[in-house]
Structures are given as structure tokens and as C-alpha cells.
Design a protein around this ligand. Structure first.
Ligand code: ADP
Ligand code: MG
Length: 712
């Protein structure tokens, strides 16, 4: 039992005085059973409970009837359930739910594209009285709700405050109960048990923030006067909490970045002519954007603190070339570079390019992947340690312990987002503070660049090599597929090559794989004279390599593939791509995929096919790609539509979990928090000021002692 509680005569626990770190089960009315339930959802202490923020607010003064609903309104009204229907979405296992509700004035549809929790819809039996809270949106000329709150009518409802916080239900534990526990918390924390502000007073003042305590109170015990601001997450309470969430992340990144500038690395000397030799040998001139990016890289390399830079550029913008130029500079300084790619195919392609472009300069490259044979590998590792390899290219096999360099001065990671953010440091540790470069083709929206990559400098290659015409894109439904195939065949008859891509979605990997394989067999039957190849992730590396080589050489005219070709494959003669089940991809992913075409002199096409029964909404979303080839615009739109987790790929998003902050909605607060965090370290680069001690503690608490390693 906690020191702060005692047992009453009837054996119940009574709160004496709570602290923020008091275990939740000691709150009046909670107890061990509910305590365990909260714990399962990550809510252990009073503090966790107070950080269980309302997901929305219900403005009861906005209550009205269905007939009076207008587009864009955030409303609350009583209604009666008419029906609940589960509708299958396409061929996938997923379902959407349609809950229809009515009142005397009319009826309206509430759509759910996911199930809030198990059993959620089972409560909605016909005729049941419910309260619906949500935002009115329009779809195909009709108004409806997407994911509104539908909840049971509370008995004492009519007497409630005009503005009610709504909490996400926890395993059936309703919002009213949760609110009651939170109120109990507030009532039992005495003033002296509120911890001091962690944010420095100067920042609180400069950014006009309310105190944390005040913010928490305002969020959970809202003031109806400001209802409109609550409904859009724009009260000063929201701003304070969001600011703080961003601030901790930005402070961590700022500390890392400040630490980098203090690291001692190797300053490379200006080159002695090999770079010019490389450029003279190229069949093309560098674009202005490539020159600019390289100039920035070169300036970094010539400093004795290591570079930490990200090169962002759309697929085909020529990032690899820029990386090679940096490797040449390192080579001229008698040191080594490493280039890590996310797939074997891509590593091999880089290696082939290096052999072609760099070996004439005397630069020796090596290739190390998971499939490199033991004898070959041993030889390679020995040469590497002896300094007889100047550029080692490979997959994450490069990270392994046995891989030792003589003098590693540059680490390049291609397509960073496929490696977890944590892996960034692993390769780096193989050298003595080597320079570090990330190349990414995912145009990362500004907000994400400021968070996940906030410790890196950025170079943007925003210009394509000349002579590339934009890819013409069409989104069609499955029924039009024969026409698409006919069009593809026309292109093939003109000597071009084609990709047909199938998505590989982890949850249904087997089915998708079967799709690709059976499509391949169908096509072979349908077009016996056309040379068709199949490429998928389950094939042996050697087989994959053979197929890729055949396609590259033009021996294959059509390549049917799962998304293994997503990154980096370069076959300029391929000018048409058909993407099946485009609805399953994110827009940025689709954009990256289609970047495989449009790499040569021929006009290029991308046809995106939507599966059966795909919603109009998915179609509209995908059609954004018909309108633009600008990766940044697409990324911003994609982020807005799908949210950051999905955007980055749910698996390893590398994104910090925010409880309230939203990267799309709260951009301006993010900018302020970033500015504030960097300002702190500019003034006090070791966080030694008395006013900054709590910052130190918080950084160590959240990110471990390593967070301070760079600046201590
Ligand atoms: P990215 O890695 O940015 O997707 P790559 O570096 O693979 O792009 O370049 C794509 C293709 O364009 C390669 O075949 C490369 O040789 C070629 N390329 C690179 N820079 C130029 C340039 N300045 N002019 C013409 N072609 C270029
Ligand atoms: Mg590339």
C-alpha cells in the first residue's frame, strides 16, 4: 500500500494526498482490478491518467437535429440506431462498418473504416438511443460522419456541463467514468505535490505558455466559454502540452546536433584531380542541383567535425552520382567509404555503377551482402582491413562486427527510412567519427524532416537531369485492365519494356504472392510471344539477380514483380508501369514506384489499377498522382491524408509517440518548439545553467544517458 493512503473502517482505500507518481490503483474507486486494466493501456500513475487527454469535446449547446446538420459542423445530437452493417472492402480481409442513425427529422450514415475496439458495434442494436458526436463531412454529395463518437446516453445527461471532454473508451470503460477518475485525481493532489515546471521560465515566458498544471486542468475540466477553440485543439492548454511534447524531442535532436559539431573528425583536403577526371568521363553534365548539393557536402568534408547531412531528391534525380563524388574525394585522401543500401539488388546496382565509373580512376570497390560466399567474404574483409578497398558497398551486412575498416572516413546510407533511425549510428561506429550522409528519395514533408531527421543538415536535389519528360499517370478501375494491357503491348512492340507491380502487404503476403505468380502465368499464356519474367521476395538471390540482369539487358520485355523493385532499379528502356491494387499503397510509395520509369528518352506511362469495390475516396486520393510529379507535394498530401505513422510505414516509423501533438495540424507549434530547443543549446551548449538542470534530467530520463553524451 502507498504511504499516502489508508484503509477506512469498511476496508476501502481512501486517498490522503496524491502525487503525480502515485500508482493509479490507490485512487478512490479504482482498485487493483481497474488498476490492472489501466496498466494494460499504459496508464500506471496519476500522471499517466492526467496525460490521458480527451480525444474530443462535446459541445452540448451545439446539440441539434439531423435535418439541421451542415457540412463542417462539429455537432452532438441524440439519435436512435437504425442498423449496423459490415461491408467488405475489396478482396482484402478488411471491413468497413456503416451505422445508420435517425431522429424525428431524418437519418444519417456513420462510417467506420476500422473497429475502435472489439465488440464496439455489437452494442448498437436497432432502436437503441445513443448520442452521436462528430464532424459533418460530405461524400458523393451527401453528408455523413466518419468515425464519430457514438455513445450510450448518460442518465444525468441533461444536467451536464455544456462542454464535456470525451475520452477514448478503454475496454468498455466509458468516457464518463474515466472523467470521474481524473476529477478525483485533481481533487486529491495538494498544491505542494505539483512538481515544479520542467521548462525553463524564460521559455514559458517567451512563448506565452500557461503552466503545465493549468493546462492539464483546462484540458480535463474545460471552460465552455472557449468551446470553439477546444473543438479544434487550439486552446492555450493544448498549445502548452503540444509545445512541450515537441520541445523534448527537439531538445534531444538539438543536443545530438550540437554534439556532432564538437566531435573531432577528419578534414579532407581538396582533391588532386580525380574528381575532374570522373566528371570528364561522364556522358552527361551535372545538374545545377547536383553541383549545389555536392558543394555543400564538400564544404562539410573539408571541416574537421563530421558531416551529418541528408540528401533528398526525387527518384532519378542523380543522388548516387553525388555520393560517388564524395567517395572519390575520400579516396584521394587515402581513406575509405562505405555505402549501405536497403536491398541486395540495389547494392549490386550501385556496385556495378561504381565499377563502371570509379574503377577507371583506380578506386577499388567491394560488394558485401548477405549472400557473399565465405571465402570471398574473408578475402574481402582482409582487403578492407588492409585498406585495399576504397569503397565498400553492401546491405546491412556492412554493420556486422567482423567488418573492419582501416580508415573509414565516409558513411553513406541510401534510402534511410528503410533502416530504423537507431541503425544510423551503427555503421558510424566503425570509423573514428566518420562523415555521414543519408540519401533519401522519399520527399519528406517539412514537419517530418524537423522531427525524425531534425539532427541532420539537408541538401535538396530539386532538379531532374535534362531530357526526362514527366510520367503520364492514369488511375483506372480493374474493369479497364484489358485496355491497359493492350496499351502496354503497343509500347513493347515499339521496343520498350514494362513493369507490372503487385503490392506485397505483410498481413496477406501469401495471397499477394500468389497474385503475382498467377498473373505471371496468365500473361505467359495470353502473350506467348512476349518474354516475361517474374521477380519476388521469396526467390533465391541468385534467381533474382538473373531475372534482373535479363530485364536490364532487354532479354525480358515484361517484368512481373512484387514491390522488390521499389527502390533504385534503373532500366532506362522501361517506359511503362502497371501497378495493381494501387489502393493498398501510400501515395509516396506509388510515386517512388513509378519513378522506375521515365528514366530514359522515351515518353513514359504509369497506369494504376484499383481493385474491385474500392471507395471513391481511395480513387480521389490516388488521382492526386495524375495531377503532379512533384514528390514534395505528394508527400505533404499523403501525410495529411494518412497521418505520420502510416506515411513512414507503420513497422519502423522511427516516429516518437506523441500523446497530443499532431505533425500535420500543429506545424506552427513544432516550429516554435524547435526554435526554443535550439536556442537553449545555443546559449548553454552543455546544459549547465541552473535553470537547465531539469532539462538535463528529463533528457536522461527519456533517452538515457547517451542523450547527453555528445554535449557533456
Ligand atoms: P537517384 O539515386 O537519385 O534515384 P540515380 O543516381 O540512380 O538517381 O540516377 C538515375 C540515372 O540518372 C542514372 O542512370 C544516372 O547515371 C543518371 N544521371 C545522374 N545524373 C545525371 C545528370 N546530371 N544528367 C543525366 N543523367 C544523370
Ligand atoms: Mg538511388
Amino acid at each position: 500500500m502507498d504511504l499516502l493512503t489508508r484503509k477506512s473502517k469498511d476496508g476501502n482505500l481512501i486517498n490522503m494526498a496524491l502525487r503525480l507518481d502515485t500508482s493509479l490503483q490507490y485512487i478512490k474507486g479504482v482498485g487493483p482490478k481497474l488498476g490492472a486494466l489501466f496498466l494494460r493501456h499504459g496508464i500506471r500513475t496519476v500522471s499517466d491518467m492526467l496525460e490521458f487527454y480527451p480525444r474530443a469535446y462535446e459541445d452540448q449547446r451545439a446539440a441539434r437535429n439531423i435535418a439541421s446538420l451542415k457540412l463542417g459542423d462539429i455537432v452532438s445530437f441524440k439519435a436512435q440506431v437504425v442498423s449496423v452493417q459490415a461491408i467488405k472492402m475489396g478482396r482484402s480481409q478488411r471491413k468497413m462498418y456503416d451505422v445508420i442513425v435517425r431522429d424525428q427529422s431524418g437519418q444519417i450514415r456513420c462510417k467506420f473504416f476500422r473497429v475502435p475496439y472489439k465488440g464496439y458495434f455489437e452494442r448498437f442494436t436497432p432502436y437503441k438511443e445513443v448520442r452521436v458526436v462528430g464532424k459533418v463531412i460530405e461524400y458523393r454529395g451527401k453528408i455523413e460522419f466518419h468515425h464519430p463518437d457514438i455513445r450510450d446516453i448518460d442518465p444525468g445527461e441533461e444536467n451536464q456541463d455544456a462542454l464535456i471532454p470525451l475520452y477514448t473508451e478503454i475496454e468498455g470503460l466509458g468516457t464518463a467514468k474515466i472523467h470521474r477518475f481524473i476529477k478525483t485525481c485533481f481533487e486529491n493532489i495538494p498544491d505542494e505535490n505539483w512538481p515544479p515546471e520542467k521548462l525553463p521560465a524564460a521559455i514559458v515566458q517567451k512563448y506565452g505558455l500557461v503552466s503545465r498544471r493549468k493546462a492539464l486542468e483546462l484540458l480535463h475540466l474545460p471552460n465552455p466559454e472557449n468551446a470553439n477553440e477546444y473543438l479544434v485543439y487550439k486552446t492555450k492548454a493544448h498549445r502548452r502540452i503540444i509545445f512541450e511534447e515537441f520541445f523534448w524531442l527537439e531538445l534531444y535532436l538539438a543536443a545530438k546536433k550540437t554534439g556532432f559539431t564538437k566531435e573531432k573528425g577528419v578534414a579532407l583536403l581538396a582533391g588532386g584531380g580525380k574528381l575532374e577526371e570522373l566528371l570528364r568521363g561522364l556522358p552527361f553534365a551535372l545538374t545545377g542541383a547536383q553541383k549545389k548539393a555536392f558543394a555543400q557536402i564538400r564544404a562539410d568534408l573539408e571541416k574537421d567535425s563530421p558531416m551529418h547531412r541528408m540528401v533528398q531528391g526525387d527518384v532519378g534525380s542523380g543522388k548516387t552520382m553525388v555520393c560517388f563524388m564524395a567517395a572519390v574525394l575520400v579516396f584521394e585522401n587515402n581513406m575509405q567509404s562505405a555505402l549501405m543500401a536497403p536491398t541486395e539488388i540495389l547494392a549490386e546496382q550501385h556496385y556495378n555503377n561504381a565499377e563502371k565509373l570509379l574503377s577507371p580512376l583506380g578506386l577499388r570497390s567491394g560488394l558485401l551482402t548477405g549472400k557473399t560466399r565465405a571465402t570471398e567474404r574473408n578475402k574481402l574483409l582482409a582487403s578492407l582491413a588492409a585498406g585495399e578497398i576504397d569503397l565498400l558497398i553492401g546491405t546491412h551486412a556492412l554493420i556486422e562486427d567482423e567488418v573492419k575498416f582501416r580508415s573509414l572516413a565516409l558513411v553513406v546510407v541510401d534510402e534511410q527510412h528503410r533502416f530504423g533511425v537507431e541503425q544510423r549510428g551503427q555503421l558510424k561506429s566503425k570509423g573514428h567519427s566518420p562523415h555521414f550522409l543519408v540519401m533519401t528519395a522519399t520527399p519528406i514533408p517539412r514537419t517530418l524532416a524537423m522531427t525524425v531527421y531534425g539532427d541532420l543538415d539537408v541538401s535538396i536535389i530539386d532538379e531532374m537531369p535534362p531530357g526526362r519528360s514527366p510520367i503520364q499517370t492514369r488511375v483506372i478501375f480493374e474493369s479497364k485492365k484489358p485496355a491497359a494491357l493492350a496499351f502496354m503491348l503497343e509500347q513493347i512492340e515499339k521496343g520498350r519494356q514494362a513493369y507490372i507491380v503487385y503490392p506485397l502487404v505483410e498481413e496477406s503476403e501469401k495471397i499477394d504472392l500468389k497474385d503475382a505468380v498467377s498473373e505471371f502465368q496468365n500473361l505467359e499464356k495470353q502473350f506467348p510471344k512476349t518474354r516475361i519474367g517474374l521477380l519476388h521476395g521469396k526467390m533465391k538471390p541468385l534467381e533474382k539477380e538473373q531475372v534482373m540482369a535479363q530485364f536490364r539487358e532487354g532479354d525480358l520485355q515484361i517484368l512481373v514483380s512484387t514491390t522488390v523493385i521499389e527502390v533504385g532499379v534503373d532500366v532506362p528502356n522501361a517506359n511503362i508501369m502497371i501497378i495493381e491494387h494501387a489502393e493498398r499503397f501510400g501515395l509516396s510509395q506509388l510515386h517512388q514506384l513509378r519513378g522506375r520509369v521515365g528514366r530514359g528518352e522515351h515518353k513514359s506511362f504509369c497506369i494504376m489499377i484499383l481493385g474491385y469495390a474500392v471507395s471513391e475516396e481511395a480513387k480521389e486520393r490516388t488521382q492526386f498522382l495524375e495531377k503532379t510529379n512533384d514528390g514534395f507535394k505528394i508527400a505533404e498530401f499523403d501525410l495529411e491524408m494518412r497521418g505520420p505513422g502510416e506515411f513512414m510505414g507503420t513497422r519502423q516509423s522511427g516516429l516518437p509517440g506523441f500523446k497530443m501533438a499532431n505533425l500535420v495540424r500543429d506545424l506552427s507549434v513544432l516550429q516554435e518548439a524547435r526554435e526554443a530547443a535550439f536556442e537553449v543549446l545555443r546559449k548553454d551548449s552543455q546544459l549547465r545553467f541552473p535553470d537547465h538542470q531539469l532539462l538535463r534530467e528529463e533528457l536522461t530520463r527519456t533517452h538515457g544517458p547517451a542523450a547527453l553524451a555528445g554535449i557533456a
